[in-house]
Write a protein of this length. Structure first.
Length: 69
């Protein structure tokens, strides 16, 4: 799976409440009780691609994951 940060045009910043799963365009909320969220974190730490809101692959995705709830 591949994931991407979401850019919020209303607040003019990266959305800090959800991530996009690129494969099926699903929005995954940052909710520790959500199984898709737990899968996202596990997969990125295992090497799945995580892109920033501009579509660039994040080279330090583990640090980003560590900053999440």
């Amino acid at each position: 799976m591949n994931y991407k940060q979401i850019y919020d045009i209303v607040s003019n910043q990266v959305n800090s409440n959800a991530i996009l799963r690129i494969n099926d365009n699903a929005f995954i909320p940052f909710d520790p009780s959500n199984t898709d969220y737990q899968t996202f974190k596990r997969e990125v730490l295992a090497g799945a691609e995580l892109q920033d809101a501009d579509g660039n692959v994040m080279t330090d995705a583990s640090a980003y994951i560590a900053s999440l709830p």
